[in-house]
Ligand binder design. Structure first.
Ligand SMILES: [Zn+2]
Length: 359
């Protein structure tokens, strides 16, 4: 029997980066979207205590083709490789992205970043040299999923992980520059999503390993989100001396996560007095090469008709570092009003409840 495709609807809150790796930035590339979903699925699986391989390493899972049956195949695959594919094993689903029925989905908003500092402006111009005339996508998208498996398992896993990404992270490439915050329409509640994934991991006999689980796990996750900030307050605190790269800013979002991360890095260095510790948290200073563990969204509107913005900051670190980062905002007089009552959200309690109740 042929499977029916299932469609997830998403609405962007900050623009989507439309390029694939080294590809021209003209449309949304499925590979970039799938890559980010896989990354988050790995984060969730680790958080639930399961092994996933590093798909870029030589030790990643793979099949030789000599396996006798599916049972043997599954025992050689971690859950991420099972769903998203690896050497000798095809991805469990096909993804087609459309916007209002149209495909391919092309960028519709000219590239835009904004900063207050001349140094940052030069730096951003360098990073995005190739992209200054390109377009990002902002709007509504449909992700049409056609699974290779008829039991709705794959769809359930994707819905669960997309729900978590919508609530806690982002989709697509370049989250460190504020891209990809989104709302999944009809998203599932977090605990239910985690439970769906936990059950799936428990039920299948995926490859096990004792290797180090790494820092990018929901166990190390935290976030804080501001209340809505009036556009005028943003102008008076964050956007004092705006310099635009690419187009002049439109008011759907304000892409200035670079400035905020730069400020955080500088203050964190002053506090920790350790370049090493600072690089560990905020990444290498030379662009993207060394992944940052702290992410800052662009300012986004929850309701596009209002002139109010929110900001989401999240990371994968030990908890006390989240406290230090919040402190940095609070200690800075200008931001104090916005950040003083902000609550840090972590998922450890929910993860414990899910793994204890269901096992
Ligand atoms: Zn794997």
């Amino acid at each position: 029997m042929r499977n029916e495709p299932i469609t997830f609807k998403i609405k962007t809150l900050t623009p989507l980066w439309t390029g694939g790796a080294d590809e021209k930035m003209d449309r949304i590339h499925e590979t970039g979207i799938i890559g980010s979903i896989r990354w988050w699925y790995e984060v969730v699986a680790r958080g639930l205590g399961y092994h996933v391989c590093d798909p870029t390493s030589d030790n990643r899972c793979g099949l030789s083709g000599k396996e006798k049956n599916n049972e043997e195949r599954i025992s050689k695959l971690c859950p991420a490789c099972y769903l998203f594919g690896t050497t000798g094993w095809k991805r469990m689903f096909n993804l087609q992205i459309t916007s209002e029925g149209k495909q391919p989905v092309e960028g519709n908003k000219i590239f835009c970043q904004v900063t207050n500092s001349k140094i940052n402006k030069n730096w951003l111009r360098k990073v995005f040299e190739q992209n200054l005339d390109d377009k990002n996508f902002f709007g509504s998208l449909e992700l049409k999923i056609l699974s290779r498996n008829s039991e709705k398992q794959v769809e359930d896993q994707l819905k669960a992980v997309l729900s978590i990404m919508s609530e806690f992270g982002s989709i697509g490439a370049k989250p460190q520059f504020g891209y990809g915050l989104f709302e999944l329409i009809d998203k599932k509640e977090t605990k239910e999503s985690l439970r769906k994934i936990h059950k799936f991991l428990e039920k299948n006999n995926f490859k096990k390993s004792n290797s180090d689980e790494g820092i990018f796990s929901l166990k190390n996750y935290w976030k804080f989100e501001t209340d809505e900030i009036e556009a005028n307050d943003i102008k008076n605190t964050f956007l004092k001396n705006p310099k635009y790269i690419g187009s002049n800013h439109n008011d759907l979002y304000i892409s200035m996560s670079f400035d905020i991360r730069y400020m955080l890095r500088k203050r964190y260095l002053q506090k920790s007095k350790s370049k090493e510790a600072t690089s560990e948290i905020f990444g290498g200073t030379k662009g993207d090469k060394w992944a940052s563990r702290v992410f800052v969204s662009s300012f986004y509107k929850e309701n596009q008709h209002d002139d109010k913005y929110k900001l989401r900051i999240w990371g994968f670190t030990e908890r006390y570092i989240a406290d230090i980062i919040r402190e940095i905002f609070i200690e800075n007089g200008e931001y104090n009003k916005i950040f003083s009552n902000i609550e840090i959200v972590t998922l450890n309690k929910t993860l414990r409840e899910v793994t204890e109740i269901d096992s």
